[in-house]
Design a protein around this ligand. Structure first.
Ligand code: ATP
Length: 441
C-alpha cells in the first residue's frame, strides 16, 4: 500500500452529481420529496450493480467446484434471530443531544461527549440500545404471534439450510454456500449516499471447514477477497486489509479482518471476513433440535464445521468502484471526465453512434447494434454532436464507441474509439465482433 494516498473530499459531491445526472442512482420517492436514505438504481446504476454482483458470483460460485449458491427468503420467523443472537444483541447504542435533538450512534462519535451537530458538550442522554431489525406482521392479524423480521443479513439463510444443502449437493467440508440479496437494518445514522442505507444488498458466503483447518482457510479467504477487488482494477493504494484488534472481535470470532477502501471521508469498510468458529451451526442446532454437523467417514468422526465468512456489501462496493474509476483530465483546454471502469463492470461495453441523424445512416447503424446486442450491453445514441456523445460515453465508462459515418455506406467499415486512450481504429464490419471480443474479454 502506498503511504501517499489521501482521501479526496471533493470526490463525494462529484459522484453524487454524476449519479443523479447520468442515471446511476436516484433519491427514492423523489417526486414526494424523497424518502430519506433510500435510493433507486437508474438505468446505468442497475447495470453497474448487476455487473458487480455477477463478478462476485462468477468468482465465488461459477469458478469454484467447492461453493454452491442459495437464494433464501427475506422474511423470517423470530426463532432464527433468537438463535443467531440478533434479537438480543443486534443493536447500536443510541444517544440524543438534549440541546439540538440530533440523534447519534455513540460508537461512531469521535468524542463521546461532544455533539457533532451543535458542538455542545455533555448534552447527551444515557445511551439506549436500539435493535436494528425491521419487524412486521405476517397475515392479517397484528398480534405478537404473527411477528416476523426482515433479515438484517443474508448469512442466516445459509446456516439454516446447511443440512439441506449438505444432503442435496453431495458437497463435504471444506465447502461453501453463497448468496446475494437484500438486507434491511434500521440504521440510526444512515448516510454518505449509498454507503449506509436501511435497505441494501449483500454478497455473503459461508465456508464450512474441518475445525483444524479454520485458520488456514481464514487466511486464504482474506487474500482471495483482496485479490478480487484488485483484479477488478481497484487502486492498490486505496484498499487495505485491516485485522480487528482483540477488543473489536465478537465473542465467538477468533479472527476478523475488514477490507477497507479510502472513501472521500477516509478509510471505511467494504467487507468483513470472519472466522466464526462453530457458533452459528451450534446455536441453530440447539434452538431447532436438528443435527447440524458432518460425519467424516474417512476418519470416522463427527464434527460441527467451523465457518469462514466473507461478507461484502454489493451496493457499497458498486459505489466504491464508481469512486475509484472517476477521473478528470484536461484535453485541449477542456476537462474530460472519464470513468476508467474495468470492462467487466462498465454498464455499457459499446455505444453505437451514427455520425448524423440522417435516415441514410440509421439502417446500417441499427445493423451494427443488432449484430452486437446478443453478446454485449450496447447503447445506441444519435442525438447531439459526435464530440458531446463521446463525452457522455466517457463519463459513464463505455469502453468502445463505434461511429457509423457516410463512408461506412461505401467501405462497410466503422471507426472504433477506445475510452482511455481516445485512439481510433477503422474496422471493417465483418471483423468488428472479433475486434471487440479480443479487447473486451
Ligand atoms: P458497520 O460496522 O458499518 O455497521 P457491519 O460491520 O455491521 O457494518 P456486516 O454486518 O459485517 O457490517 O455486513 C457486511 C457488509 O454489508 C458490510 O461490510 C457492508 O459492505 C454491508 N453493509 C452492512 N450494513 C450496511 C448498510 N447499512 N448499508 C450498506 N451496506 C451495508
Amino acid at each position: 500500500m502506498s503511504e501517499t494516498a489521501s482521501p479526496d473530499p471533493e470526490l463525494f459531491d462529484k459522484i453524487v452529481n454524476l449519479s443523479k445526472r447520468r442515471g446511476f442512482v436516484f433519491q427514492s420517492a423523489e417526486i414526494y420529496g424523497g424518502f430519506r436514505s433510500t435510493y433507486d438504481y437508474g438505468p446505468l446504476g442497475v447495470l453497474l450493480l448487476r455487473n458487480v454482483k455477477d463478478a462476485w458470483w462468477r468468482s465465488m460460485v461459477q469458478q469454484r467446484h467447492d461453493v454452491v449458491g442459495l437464494d433464501a427468503s427475506i422474511l423470517s420467523p423470530p426463532q432464527v434471530w433468537q438463535a443467531s443472537g440478533h434479537l438480543a444483541n443486534f443493536s447500536d447504542p443510541l444517544v440524543d443531544c438534549t440541546n439540538c435533538n440530533a440523534r447519534h450512534r455513540l460508537d461512531k462519535l469521535d468524542d463521546p461527549n461532544v455533539c457533532p451537530a451543535c458542538g455542545s458538550e455533555g448534552t447527551f442522554t444515557e445511551a439506549r440500545e436500539f435493535n436494528l431489525m425491521f419487524k412486521t406482521h405476517a397475515g392479517p392479524v397484528t398480534e405478537t404471534a404473527a411477528e416476523v423480521y426482515l433479515r438484517p443479513e443474508t448469512a442466516q439463510g445459509m446456516f439454516i439450510n446447511f443440512a439441506n444443502v449438505l444432503n442435496t449437493s453431495r458437497k463435504r467440508p471444506p465447502f461453501g454456500i453463497a448468496q446475494i440479496g437484500k438486507s434491511f437494518r434500521n440504521e440510526i445514522t444512515p448516510g454518505n449516499f449509498v454507503f449506509r442505507t436501511r435497505e441494501f444488498e449483500q454478497m455473503e458466503m459461508e465456508f464450512f471447514v474441518p475445525p483444524a483447518e479454520s485458520r488456514q482457510w481464514y487466511e486464504y479467504w482474506c487474500q482471495t477477497r483482496m485479490d478480487w477487488y484488485l483484479d477488478l482494477g481497484m487502486d492498490p493504494a486505496k484498499i487495505k486489509l485491516r485485522a480487528h484488534d482483540d477488543d473489536e472481535l465478537s465473542h465467538y470470532s477468533s479472527g476478523t479482518s475488514d477490507v477497507e477502501y479510502l472513501f472521500p471521508w477516509g478509510w471505511d469498510e467494504l467487507e468483513g471476513i470472519a472466522n466464526r468458529g462453530d457458533f452459528d451451526l451450534t446455536q441453530h442446532a440447539t434452538h431447532s433440535g436438528e443435527k447440524l454437523d458432518f460425519f467424516d467417514q474417512a476418519n470416522n468422526e463427527r464434527y460441527v464445521p467451523h465457518v469462514i465468512e466473507p461478507a461484502a456489501g454489493a451496493t457499497r462496493t458498486a459505489m466504491a468502484f464508481l469512486m475509484d474509476a472517476y477521473d478528470e483530465e484536461v484535453v485541449n483546454d477542456d476537462t474530460r471526465t472519464v470513468l476508467r471502469l474495468d470492462h467487466r463492470l462498465a454498464p455499457y461495453k459499446i455505444a453505437v453512434l451514427p455520425l448524423s441523424k440522417k435516415d441514410t445512416l440509421t439502417p446500417t447503424a441499427m445493423e451494427v447494434f443488432d449484430s452486437l446486442k446478443g453478446r454485449w450491453m450496447v447503447d445506441y445514441d444519435e442525438t447531439q454532436s459526435i464530440g458531446k456523445r463521446y463525452a457522455r460515453q466517457d463519463e459513464v465508462g463505455t469502453p468502445y464507441c463505434i461511429t457509423v459515418d457516410f463512408e461506412t455506406l461505401e467501405d462497410r467499415a466503422v471507426t472504433v474509439r477506445e475510452r482511455d486512450t481516445r485512439e481510433q481504429d477503422r474496422v471493417s464490419l465483418d471483423q468488428l465482433e472479433g475486434y471487440l471480443a479480443e479487447r473486451l474479454s
